[in-house]
Structures are given as structure tokens and as C-alpha cells.
Design a protein around this ligand. Structure first.
Ligand code: LRH
Ligand code: MN
Ligand code: MN
Length: 388
């Protein structure tokens, strides 16, 4: 196999998971702008996600958020997804939207609220059993706003207790992915604020507990690719929530704010063996499309991730190692930049054509009439998703 055949064959196997919540109406604290045709049910969200896969060929699974995507029969929902050519992926728990969680969920000082939160997490594992999902994604809005508000250390104890109970409940092929976030909604302390905290908890729990890196959840200037390299080396990188940020947790399209950062992250993934399917890394999007149309927004995001991956795979590793060994600072940097500066779009268009897909997924979706059809069909009813 030539080097370029190896790159295209690796790209054929790419899989990016879509968030069901990207398809519903979303907005800012100030306003949610409704769009015509947004899904009213989890089934309609899956149908929209299936469109993204149909045109890109590399988005074969959809993540659910519970209770935003609550249905009576999850096995039936999994069948429905299969029938549309996709499958259900990660189950995202939600212990942040009930009034009970004002002072936290699993770290709440009130044992009743902690029990309620834990029951929800365990119910999410029941759902995974029904959907056949491998991963449970845990993100906690827990934290405090004022110094002295609660005991920081006791909250870590409560967190560890809840995580251990969930870990115990996991099946042999299931994992829990712990997501960290620097701040928001808590502004003084956050109970899982960074990768180190997530890593320490996961290390104690065992192999089925892994860290998930949401690219929007760091302080400005954080070197995310270093975190990726470190976690991969320790076998503790479970996956990504990809999105772009300019300021905080902006949830913009991945690769929009800083495509070079995305390339650097993907390079470390490839370098650390994380791109191989056996590594089990979940590559997920976690985004909201507040002002742009949602299905095209997801297609654009998947293509951005694909372009960054292609460039990362194109790095001439032999030349890079040689330059690094020789202490050739500029030469090594040039090898990396050569890959980044390659226009991979013609190669990806060709790859799509070989796979029987349209060379231009954005144009093909726009021409399909799907957006017009859902705008006409989906009238009435409440939109599903945030706050549903
Ligand atoms: C939190 C977060 C987490 C949630 C999602 C909706 O900011 O990134 O992954 O589950 O947003
Ligand atoms: Mn996230
Ligand atoms: Mn987030």
C-alpha cells in the first residue's frame, strides 16, 4: 500500500458521532431563534442525523441525551435508527435541568437529591442495555458560586461515591466517560473542572472509566493537544466532544474557530494510536446551531473534522522523526506545516465519489429538497430537545 492509499483507507473508516440535540432549536441565554422544520421527536432528530450520514458517509451514529430523548421503548428506537442506516451511540445523562439540582446533583449536600441523581445515571445504563450503546457520558453542572458555600472536599467524596456506584453497574462492554468543564453554570468551584480531576477519578475507578475532552471546556490558551497526548499515553482518553470556541463554551462548529488547533489535536490522536478503531476513542460532536441551519451545520462540521483528520494522516512521520532526532527545529515544524497546508479537499471529493457519494455533500443536501420537506411536514407540536 502506498502512503496515500494508507491515508484514504484510514479515512474510509472514520466515524463521527452526531448529537441529537444539535438538530433541535437552541439559542443563547437571551433568545432561542426557532427554525422551520426542527424535529419534534427523538425519531425526527435521528432522521435528520441520518441525512448527515447519507451525504458524508462518516457519521454513522447518533448520541442521545436523557431525558431530552425519552421514549417508551429504546430497543425500538435503536431498530428505527438502524432502519435509517445509522445506530444509537453514546447515552448522555442529564442531571442539571431539574429544580432539585440547584445546589448540585451527585455532589448535592442533600442525600435525597444525590439519590435521585444517581438513580438517573443508573437508569441511563438500563437504556444503554436496551440500545446496545457502549458509552455513558457523564457531565455534571455541579459546583458552587461562593467561597464557603459548601465543603469542596466533601463534594469530591460524594462525587467519588456516585461514580463508583455507576461503575459497578456497567456491563462488561460498557464504559463511562467523565467530562470536565472549567466553569459554567458554577462560577466559583466546579466539581470536575479539568482533565486532572477527571483523570484521578477515572484512574481509581478502573479501565472502564475514561476521560472525555470537550474542546470548548478549557481556559483560553490551554494546549488541548498536550492533554490528548498525555491521556492517550495513559490509556485514559475515552473520547471527544468536538466544537469550536472563541470565548467560553460557545458550541460553534468544530474547525470553524481554529482549524489549526483541530489539526494539532488530530495529529496527536494519530500519533498516539487513537485513530485505530481498536483504540475505542469516541469522536463526537457537541454543538448547537443557533443561527445557521442545523443539518448543513452538522454536515459542515463533519467535513471540517474529516479535513483535519486527512491532514493529520498526511504528516510524513518518518521525515518528522528524522528532523526531531537531528534537533532540526525548523525542519520538524515544516514537516507538520506541510501537511496542514495541503489542500485535501480534492482528495476527499475523490474519495466520496469512489464510495458512491456526491463529491460535494453540502450542495447535494441543499439540492435534495429535504430541508423544504421537513419545513412543510413538521408543523405543530412542540420541538424536542433543550428544555423539552
Ligand atoms: C456541557 C456539555 C455536556 C452536556 C452538553 C449538552 O456544557 O458540553 O456535554 O451534556 O453540553
Ligand atoms: Mn460536551
Ligand atoms: Mn459544553
Amino acid at each position: 500500500m502506498t502512503a496515500s492509499e494508507a491515508v484514504t483507507s484510514a479515512l474510509r473508516g472514520q466515524a463521527i458521532e452526531l448529537p441529537s440535540w444539535a438538530f433541535g432549536n437552541s439559542g443563547t441565554r437571551f433568545k432561542v431563534f426557532p427554525q422551520a422544520g426542527v424535529p419534534r421527536t427523538p425519531q425526527e432528530k435521528i432522521a435528520d442525523a441520518a441525512q448527515v450520514h447519507r451525504y458524508t458517509g462518516i457519521a454513522p451514529s447518533v448520541a442521545l441525551h436523557i431525558p431530552w430523548d425519552t421514549v417508551d421503548d429504546y430497543a425500538q428506537l435503536a431498530d428505527y435508527a438502524r432502519h435509517l442506516g445509522v445506530r444509537l451511540g453514546t447515552i448522555n445523562s442529564n442531571v442539571f435541568q431539574d429544580n432539585d439540582y440547584k445546589l448540585g446533583s451527585v455532589t448535592n449536600p442533600d442525600p435525597r437529591v444525590r439519590r435521585k441523581a444517581l438513580d438517573h445515571l443508573l437508569e441511563c445504563v438500563d437504556i444503554m442495555d436496551a440500545t446496545g450503546s457502549r458509552d455513558l457520558k457523564l457531565w455534571f453542572a455541579d459546583g458552587t458560586n461562593y467561597p464557603g458555600q459548601d465543603d469542596i472536599r466533601a463534594r469530591q467524596d460524594r462525587l467519588a461515591e456516585a461514580l463508583a456506584a455507576v461503575y459497578e453497574r456497567l456491563g462488561p462492554n460498557q464504559r463511562m466517560l467523565l467530562e470536565y468543564k472549567l466553569f459554567e453554570p458554577a462560577f466559583y468551584t466546579t466539581d470536575v473542572p479539568d482533565w486532572g480531576t477527571a483523570y484521578a477519578h477515572c484512574l481509581k475507578l478502573g479501565d472502564k472509566a475514561q476521560v472525555v475532552v470537550d474542546t470548548g471546556h478549557h481556559a483560553p490558551g490551554t494546549n488541548i493537544e498536550f492533554i490528548v497526548a498525555f491521556l492517550l499515553r495513559e490509556n485514559k482518553l475515552g473520547g471527544f466532544d468536538f466544537n469550536s470556541r472563541f470565548y467560553a463554551d460557545d458550541d460553534l462548529m468544530v474547525g470553524a474557530a481554529d482549524p489549526f488547533q483541530l489539526f494539532r489535536i488530530m495529529y496527536e490522536v494519530v500519533r498516539g494510536g487513537g485513530y485505530a478503531p481498536e483504540a475505542g476513542i469516541a469522536f463526537m460532536l457537541d454543538q448547537c446551531h443557533n443561527i445557521e441551519p442545523k443539518i448543513p451545520g452538522q454536515i459542515r462540521s463533519v467535513l471540517n473534522a474529516q479535513e483535519a483528520t486527512a491532514k493529520a494522516l498526511l504528516v510524513d512521520t518518518e521525515a518528522l522523526e528524522q528532523a526531531q532526532r537531528a534537533g532540526d527545529v525548523l525542519g520538524a515544524n515544516a514537516v507538520l506545516m506541510d501537511a496542514y497546508n495541503t489542500d485535501v479537499r480534492p482528495m476527499l471529493a475523490q474519495l466520496r465519489e469512489q464510495q458512491g457519494l456526491d463529491a460535494d455533500p453540502m450542495a447535494a443536501f441543499a439540492a435534495s429538497g429535504y430541508a423544504e420537506k421537513i419545513a412543510a411536514d413538521r408543523v405543530g407540536g412542540e420541538q424536542a430537545g433543550w428544555g423539552a
